[in-house]
Design a protein around this ligand. Structure first.
Ligand code: PLP
Length: 388
């Protein structure tokens, strides 16, 4: 077994089926054991009225008036929405040089991840992804009854694409690549991704999750869209939740081959993309210059925070999304509590690190003040600390 593969973990249904200690009794109903053991999605704590919610990578700007008006105008909600969101698909198709059938809309891109897992993978099938990555992946694989194959991130917190390709077996149906990676913020380089695609069998689907694409400034980073013309086993996912500030309306899209998207459509819960969500997405594309100007402000804020962290002595990965990663390791819970006490609600992934969204301008000073305390409190020799 190659060295890189030895750390790969396979989480099949048996591994995943240890019930949590607080699991409710099943009232005699025979539940699927792996589902009974699966915690429901838990939202982070709310921020205090004078605090900041930096735990969900949301966009801190209020909706644009024109977008809010488009949502208000979509008032015929006594009727079901257009099931395939054709007007939005046509608009996206035009912008990306695809046909409308090569675009599929979901109630958030997380719904599209779920659909693509269901479309490709069932019991006995494997889904390969890097870990740590987007926290929804493991649960969605378990729901499909498939097996998660988690390939550890490299020491620099980025995907190890060589190890991921090596983890593909005859049982693999899907590989998920996340760039920029949530929660570490690292990108996959274009060159590396092309070499990786060349190593993946053509009957294995590759999903490139680009939920944070609009925040990328790193020239080496992969851009999935131009690769679609050359790879029939590639699907690119994007969302209106982050850069476009529509998280609460739930709308994301997939670009890829019609046959794969048709399979995803077949697994979708019908009519879950609302008319309001479609209208908001269309209005957002029309107001893109204004929205991308906001994105530029968030990027500048992010880069300033990162420069501050480096100055304080942090060894943290360069961020390419709308969030930063503090690799606090075994000190994660205590450090997150310190941030919370200071009014900053963040996402802690103990014992690995803390993800902090780039939020309101007013949150930055407090964040940098507490991050300095945290880095100074880390023991000498800690991998997140460069200062002696
Ligand atoms: C990597 C990644 N993919 C997908 C999503 C899902 O976003 P949404 O369902 O809001 O489009 C998120 C949300 O945090 C994410 O971080």
């Amino acid at each position: 077994m190659p060295a890189a593969e030895s750390a790969v973990s396979r989480l099949d249904c048996v591994t995943a089926a240890t019930p949590p200690s607080n699991a409710a009794p099943s009232a005699g109903i025979r539940l699927r054991p792996e589902i009974a053991a699966l915690p429901a999605y838990r939202q982070g704590r709310a921020a205090a009225p004078d605090g900041f919610k930096l735990s969900s990578n949301e966009n801190p700007y209020d909706p644009l008036p024109g977008v809010a008006e488009a949502v208000a105008a979509a008032s015929d909600f006594n009727r079901y929405p257009d099931a395939s969101a054709l007007a939005l698909r046509e608009k996206l198709a035009e912008r990306f040089g695809r046909t409308a059938d090569e675009v599929h809309i979901g109630a958030g891109s997380v719904a599209l991840v779920a659909q693509l897992i269901l479309a490709t993978s069932g019991p006995g099938d494997e889904v390969v992804y890097s870990w740590r990555s987007f926290e929804a992946y493991p649960g969605l694989v378990t729901v499909a009854g498939a097996t998660s194959v988690q390939v550890p991130n490299r020491a620099d917190h980025s995907h190890d694409l060589v190890a991921m390709a090596a983890a593909v077996t005859d049982a693999t149906r899907l590989v998920i690549v996340c760039s920029p990676n949530n929660p570490t913020g690292t990108i996959v380089a274009a060159e590396e991704f092309s070499a990786f695609l060349a190593d993946i069998p053509e009957d294995v689907l590759v999903v490139l999750d680009e939920a944070y694409a609009e925040f990328v400034t790193e020239p080496r980073a992969v851009d999935g869209v131009p690769l679609l013309a050359r790879h029939q086993n590639l699907v690119v996912l994007r969302t209106f939740s982050k850069a476009y500030g529509l998280a609460g309306l739930r709308v994301g899209y997939a670009l890829g081959p019609v046959a794969v998207l048709d399979a995803a459509r077949a697994t979708a819960i019908p009519l879950s993309v609302t008319g309001q969500a479609s209208a908001a997405a269309i209005a957002s594309l029309d107001a893109e210059d204004e929205l991308l100007e906001r994105v530029r402000h968030i990027i500048a804020r992010r880069d300033a925070v990162y420069a501050g962290l480096l100055e304080q002595g942090w060894d943290a990965p360069k961020p390419s999304g709308n969030f930063i990663w503090l690799p606090t390791g075994e000190h994660t819970t205590a450090a997150a509590e310190r941030l919370f006490e200071a009014g900053l609600v963040v996402r802690a992934f103990a014992p690995e690190g803390i993800r902090v969204s780039i939020g309101e301008e007013e949150s930055v000073e407090k964040l940098l003040q507490i991050s300095e305390e945290i880095v100074r409190s880390l023991p000498e020799g800690h991998s997140a600390r460069r200062i002696a």
